[in-house]
Design a protein around this ligand. Sequence first.
Ligand SMILES: NC(=O)c1ccc[n+]([C@@H]2O[C@H](COP(=O)([O-])OP(=O)(O)OC[C@H]3O[C@@H](n4cnc5c(N)ncnc54)[C@H](OP(=O)(O)O)[C@@H]3O)[C@@H](O)[C@H]2O)c1
Length: 300
Amino acid sequence: MLFKNKNSSNIDEEQIALIEYAQERIKSKRRLFYHFSIMLIGSSSMLIANLLFDFKADYIFFNYPWSYWLCILWLVLLFYHVFNVYIKNKFMGKKWEKNQMKKLLNKQQIKIAEIKAELEKEARIIAESQLYTEKNPNRIITLIAAASENNVIGKDNKLIWRLSDDLKHFKELTKGHHVIMGRKTFESMPKALPNRTNIVITRKTDYQANNAIVVNSLEQALKHSESDNQPFIIGGGEIYKLAIENADRIELTRVHTSIEGDAYFPEINTNLWEEVSSEKKFKDDKNEFDYTFYRYNKTN
Ligand SMILES: NC(=O)c1ccc[n+]([C@@H]2O[C@H](COP(=O)([O-])OP(=O)(O)OC[C@H]3O[C@@H](n4cnc5c(N)ncnc54)[C@H](OP(=O)(O)O)[C@@H]3O)[C@@H](O)[C@H]2O)c1
């Protein structure tokens, strides 16, 4: 039967293993049958000798004659034998081992595929960012922000001052350009900024934003704004921190006050950034603090 569909000269190792396994099972069942027969004969002989012919009739354990105990012990051994043949060997024999191995291999293959996908994703992001640098050497990635003397830029996802001229300055600089922002900054605004291409960075894969492009990394945001010679990173704190390394320019409005908040502009390292212009402004009825417009360019 085993060779039903195959020529006997083509028996492969797997078939040989199956035949050996089947033979082993037949032998073990035969051994079990012998065990059962011997137990029947042995137990009956012991009971007859003990109970009918009073052999060692005074050997009593816990109120039962010795022959009872030996019969029970033998029965337990037989059950153990049955368990080995019909349960352990059947379910945990070669076939069981093979299935377990198969499952383990499948799991490992899934894991390897996941790691591979992750590595490919990272490699793609690195390649994209390299491509971007190579393609756009003259592009000026600009961080634009307004920060207090102690670098605070916002509190409770809101701006913390009323500086009308700073808003005008922001509008003039960013008009017609791509503005890249974190998801929280986007949500702090009533709507997407008009006359600009809004790009929102989030880790959420199903995030929807009206009139804005949604991306999952700064590299993707920069890639989307590739056609723009001066894309602006407009905050907030997390995104400034992330982008300051890639930036070429900072347009910073330094607001001359110290204030409490929960979002910060990163410290400007003067070894890396050179102040190229500044323009001081004084408070009035539309601007509640004195402030200075600074421009920093990254040193080479
Ligand atoms: N004074 C200013 O010039 C100025 C300008 C802009 C904003 N602000 C203020 O700044 C505050 C908001 O700043 P914030 O730091 O709390 O938030 P944020 O930088 O605006 O946004 C943070 C969000 O960006 C996403 N994100 C961060 N890193 C990421 C990464 N590596 N990859 C993908 N997504 C990433 C995450 O979005 P998910 O959680 O969705 O994944 C994160 O929650 C507000 O108070 C706002 O008013 C001030």
